[in-house]
Design a protein around this ligand. Sequence first.
Ligand code: 5AD
Ligand code: SF4
Length: 447
Amino acid sequence: MTAAPQKRLYIKTYGCQMNVYDSERMADLLRPLGYCATETPEGADLVVLNTCHIREKAAEKVYSELGRLKPLKAARAREGGAMIIAVAGCVAQAEGAEIMTRQPAVDLVIGPQSYHRLPELIARTHRASGERLAADFATEEKFDALPNERAVSGVSAFLTVQEGCDKFCSFCVVPYTRGAEYSRPAAAIVAEAERLAAKGVREITLLGQNVNAYAGGLSPLIRALARINGLDRIRYTTSHPRDMDEDLIAAHAEVEALMPYLHLPVQAGSDRVLKAMNRGHTADAYLRLIERVRVARPDMALSGDFIVGFPGETEADFQATLAVVAEARYASAFSFKYSRRPGTPGAAMQGQVAEAEKDDRLQRLQALLAAQQAEFNVSCVGRTLPVLFEKPGRHPGQIIGRSPYLQGVHVTAPQSLIGRIAAVAITRAERNSLAGALAHTPVLEPA
Ligand code: 5AD
Ligand code: SF4
């Protein structure tokens, strides 16, 4: 690769893990052009905001950040430099050119399916002419255009296998911002995973808005990835209950590398609300599915997403959500107040719930979920768990890793264990993590 003059790139990522992956790939794409990532926007030549549109708050944050960037761009111009500001991701897809009207400091708007065109668009911006908007859908083209080389740091990496969603839940913008379901070819995914493993990655999280809708089945792909040398842990997120097929459940019993953690959103517990949400499953179908998963993998850590205050949700409907939570027993969860997203069917529905009511329901739901998370963490105390160590901890001498159940685990242990899996006796449960000590025979593998 030629040594281009160094330019400073600042990327700020909002939202889901898919955006984290996309940001990494944008950095990979721009590296050959001489862009080096920096931690702060001051003095940057290129600022990319990789945005999220899923809830109103997420979208508004982008405009606040743009407001903060505007004076930095002016300062850079006074120094005789130029700061290109690009808005990428789902806000770009949803709002397009409107972003530049609302904040003229923005030079480029680039949707999630078009970021492979960043180098070209930047070149055009430099010439101060031509197209400044790229928000059309062509996922296949994007993956073909991305460089194979990935700058990986660390032992755990994300890998996008599927994008988009055809489910059209009535509250959700994803089918509009990310487009139709598209699955990458298995061969390309396996090749990318092999390159990651060769660079020392031990754990891969397969990403997709509907990852278990992966064409050809997610379980055959997982089984193929499990054969890669050095790849000890496989995870996937996010799954839809409708696509949880029997072989994927079986894989949880059969594939050692497949971690016992399942993010399976239910969103609500009332069948009436689930129907209005267009979820395509009932509360009972969800609970029976969880049961089957736990037959295959009794220690499965279950995670979920919840929305309170969907239009028309009554107190009785909300009680049904609490009842599903009580029965399903979550190890972790994400819960949100319904946010009215323009263009989605939910936004036009009768019976929008008052903000104060949503606040109250969210508090009650989160109290129950927090108690379940604490209970799950406490149930790990006294067990010995394999921990994949990722980085130094906050305190001297400490290192941090993850349990199979995705809990953070901190231990006083030599830094040389980073990148390795060791057995840890869990001694204490904290709110969001576990503490432990190296077990008597800690290292579970040859050096
Ligand atoms: N309002 C609130 N939460 C939402 N989510 C998606 N759309 C909305 C919305 N309009 C939540 C869902 C989804 C998670 C990623 O975000 O719970 O699973
Ligand atoms: Fe959105 Fe529903 Fe698709 Fe998930 S399954 S991305 S909530 S439309």
